[in-house]
Write a protein of this length. Structure first.
Length: 385
């Protein structure tokens, strides 16, 4: 496993602090503002994420708010905001996106102090503009937003909300229902993974480094992430304060079709493969989500035979983790617990990772073998391996 030599980076700290000298961070990012998915039926998708994942309603825009081309439902759980958007116009860009990709992530919005500066700094470094800096106003103040293109049809929006006191942003109203399922303990977005075509990983990791000022936190090659049949390569890119982490995956040569190739085939190109969401109690989160119908990848019981020798002492009951299919891995800083859902729509594309970090900074390298074998078993059922 290759890593950046952190000893050469001034003032390195992790978790919420700087990864390098602030003077070099020309694109300071406070965190993930929201993730927007284009979906075929936003009302029904919102009900699913409330019921299955424990999100709560926050805001809405649609015909009632004067939006004539689309509707959006905003859901929240702790620091996570999901925006689910569906079109009214069958010929719109949103409709085209859904026809091509199915339900999927369109926008990864980043919270910044200055959306105009973020746009100018990235565009002058080579980013393709998506939205010029635009100011939206209502009685609660103003929001400035701008946007650039990244891999595939995915975009990054820069959201400046220091002068806004409303629920979400102008054009939205409070969304009220009588249905309030109990949250499942999700806290924040830990990382978001992009799948790109063969040969494009270095191009997009270079984009994040040169255009957005990120650094390569860790690199996995096909020796790290492989089974007898399939393999992939990945570079994890992180922003200056470590709050934004984007692993970029590409397929590697194997005997059969990898999960990345399957995704690219069904998504019809590059896109966001999965959203990793953090919890402080993964057993509670996973047990609640299973009760509500969320399907997770199956982890063979034999996986747990070697966990104690591989990971060492952990606070959790190993039998309880085995019961729920939660995997464990350790690095030099601590350990982590993780589990992956099956795809959350009919196309085998977007899924979620649930992760609890107990000091570990890594991404579960020790679990890759078991994870890939589980994914391959699902691919075999689908006839896509």
């Amino acid at each position: 496993m290759g890593t950046t030599d952190l000893s050469t980076i001034k003032d390195f700290e992790y978790s919420g602090e700087k990864l390098f000298d602030k003077a070099k961070d020309f694109l300071p990012i406070n965190g993930t503002d929201y993730v927007e998915l284009y979906v075929g039926n936003a009302k029904q998708a919102a009900h699913y994420y409330k019921t299955a994942f424990g999100f709560q309603e926050l805001a809405y825009c649609g015909l009632e708010t004067g939006s004539r081309d689309k509707c959006s439902y905003v859901l929240v759980q702790d620091k996570i905001r999901l925006v689910l958007t569906s079109p009214f116009d069958p010929d719109s860009e949103i409709s085209h996106h859904i026809r091509k990709h199915g339900d999927g992530v369109k926008t990864i919005a980043l919270w910044v102090d200055d959306a105009t500066a973020a746009f100018n700094e990235t565009v002058k470094r080579g980013a393709k503009p998506f939205l010029q800096p635009t100011t939206l106003k209502d009685g609660n103040g103003q929001i400035v937003k701008s946007g650039i293109h990244t891999y595939g049809d995915t975009i990054h929006m820069f959201i400046e909300r220091k002068n806004y006191k409303g629920l979400f942003m102008p054009g939205f109203q409070k969304w009220k229902t009588e249905y309030h399922p109990v949250p499942t303990g999700l806290k924040y977005i830990d990382h978001m993974v992009g799948n790109v075509e063969l040969g494009a990983m270095n191009k997009w990791s270079q984009f994040y480094e040169e255009v957005m000022g990120f650094m390569n936190l860790v690199t996995f090659d096909d020796k790290d992430i492989s089974t007898e049949y399939t393999a992939l390569m990945s570079k994890v890119m992180s922003n200056g304060n470590g709050r934004i982490k984007f692993p970029i995956n590409e397929p590697a040569n194997g005997k059969k079709k990898s999960q990345i190739e399957e995704y690219l085939d069904f998504y019809r190109g590059p896109g966001c493969q999965h959203i990793a969401v953090a919890t402080d109690d993964i057993v509670f989160t996973v047990s609640e989500m299973r009760k509500r119908g969320v399907e997770f990848l199956y982890v063979p019981g034999t996986y747990y035979d070697t966990v104690a020798s591989r990971v060492g002492t952990i606070k959790e009951d190993l039998q309880e983790l085995k019961k729920w299919g939660i995997m464990v891995d350790r690095d030099e800083e601590g350990y982590l617990l993780q589990i992956f859902t099956k795809p959350v729509e009919d196309r085998p594309t977007v899924f979620f990772e649930i992760i609890q970090r107990k000091g570990a900074r890594s991404f579960g390298k020790g679990n890759f073998q078991a994870l890939f074998e589980s994914i391959e078993a699902e691919q075999a059922k689908r006839g896509t391996l």
